[in-house]
Design a protein around this ligand. Structure first.
Ligand code: HEC
Length: 394
């Protein structure tokens, strides 16, 4: 397929991914909110029916009264709504994006010769190993005796995920590592829905339809996985946007940044979950987890600050010469680099004015080593230092 049509495919897939991702995470946020706001019913008739919690809400000009049953309703209703296509289609479109952006042309975005992963499709195989292997290890741990003590499982998971973050950053380009970490977590989340939560719910529905009591273990397992999904959500969303911020994803300490920011996301999510239940504590929520999350972000930003650049001034003519030699094979109206239909992100370096206008962006990209990707055009260390001195001149 030509680069032009690939671009269209990529645009449409990304659009679809965003839409279904919003539908999935939106529903997930809503149900966590719902679960945490339920009050025990006062009405004796509701209690007798097995309703454990209910709430009232107003939205879009209508009044709603959702009720949650302890295990299930006495009889199955005529029509039961399920929530899984949002999750499945988010994974399918996300995997398609991974193939289009990272796997088809691994040298451009996934790999970096300065990192340890093998070149070409062997590198893609290692990436796939993380996505599949991540689920196998995670699922095994959730089914192991470790899961009896929830906090122990969470601690082991956090440790293993931190190790995976370091391994990914050691193997892949910064943006490749960040997106793979997100893809790994996202795969666990969707597989939790497909392999644990939905099959459990199907068994519960079948039991109720047969007039039997559903197995409470199915409800517990589903709950365990959906709690994990709640804490994975913000870290995954961060990795999805991280490829726009090479100053973070490609920084020398990018693995530490990934771990700290993921922890910050989980902590901030925890604060939201606590806040939902504030009614139980007369409306008060401890700000501790929120402050922890924000502090982690501040520490990361401080740690990643690039060092000052030394040396004399570098003129525009020299900067332009380096850019012409090392950047314009891609950043031109008609890029000569194979596989590019147009200047990436519309970034053109065909005149001094255009180069000047991008000074700040060039500083970030060249400092972090994100550009040229995988140093495909062989920007020398001296040239990089010179370009940086020009770009970061006060
Ligand atoms: C091999 C092709 C290639 C070369 C060579 C290249 N770039 Fe890029 N550049 C890209 C691609 C692809 C993107 C878009 C990345 C993305 O999707 O976020 C990009 C994006 C950028 C951006 C925009 C970043 C953003 O997130 O908005 C800047 C600035 C940039 N490059 C600067 C440079 C500079 C400076 C050089 C030379 C030192 C250079 N590039 C060399 C392919 C290249």
């Amino acid at each position: 397929m030509s680069a032009y049509w690939l671009d269209w495919l990529s645009l449409l897939t990304r659009w679809a991914h965003l839409i279904v991702g919003i539908a999935w995470i939106g529903a997930s946020f809503y149900f966590v909110w719902l679960d945490n706001h339920l009050d025990a019913p006062d009405d004796e008739a509701l209690k007798a029916k097995g309703v454990a919690g209910e709430l009232w809400a107003v939205h879009g000009g209508g009044f709603y009264n959702p009720q949650k049953y302890r295990l299930g309703p006495p009889q199955m209703p005529g029509h039961l709504h399920w929530f899984y296509w949002e999750a499945y289609s988010t994974w399918l479109s996300g995997f398609a994006m991974l193939v289009l952006v990272y796997f088809l042309n691994p040298a451009l975005n996934l790999l970096d010769p300065a990192r340890a992963a093998p070149a070409g499709y062997a590198g893609v195989a290692v990436a796939l190993g993380f996505i599949v292997g991540g689920w196998i290890v995670y699922d095994g741990l959730c089914r192991s005796p470790l899961a009896k003590a929830g906090w122990m499982l969470q601690a082991v998971l956090a440790l293993l995920l931190a190790q995976a973050a370091f391994a990914l950053c050691w193997l892949f380009s910064g943006r490749g590592a960040f997106i793979l970490f997100g893809a790994m977590l996202g795969t666990m989340m969707v597989a939790n829905v497909a392999m644990v939560i939905i099959p459990g719910q199907r068994r519960m529905v079948a039991a109720i339809a047969a007039g039997q009591a559903p197995d409470p273990r199915d409800a517990q397992r589903g709950k365990q996985r959906s709690v994990h999904n709640t804490y994975f959500t913000l870290p995954v969303l961060l990795t999805m946007i991280s490829n726009h911020y090479a100053g973070v994803s490609n920084a020398p300490r990018n693995a530490l940044a990934l771990v700290l920011l993921a922890a910050a996301g989980a902590a901030i999510r925890h604060w939201f979950v606590l806040r939902h239940r504030a009614r139980e504590r007369a409306g008060r929520t401890s700000p501790l987890t929120l402050i922890t999350g924000l502090l982690l972000i501040a520490v990361t930003a401080a740690l990643l600050q690039p060092p000052a650049v030394g040396g004399g001034p570098v003129g525009m003519a020299r900067a332009q010469a380096i850019v012409a030699a090392r950047c314009t094979s891609c950043h031109a109206e008609r890029p000569s680099f194979p596989g590019l239909a147009a200047a990436p992100k519309g970034v053109l370096f065909d005149s001094p004015a255009r180069i000047e206008a991008r000074r700040a962006a060039i500083a970030v990209q060249v400092q972090s080593g994100a550009m040229p990707p995988g140093n495909l055009t062989g920007l020398g260390d001296d040239e990089r230092a010179e370009l940086l001195r020009w770009a970061r001149a006060p």
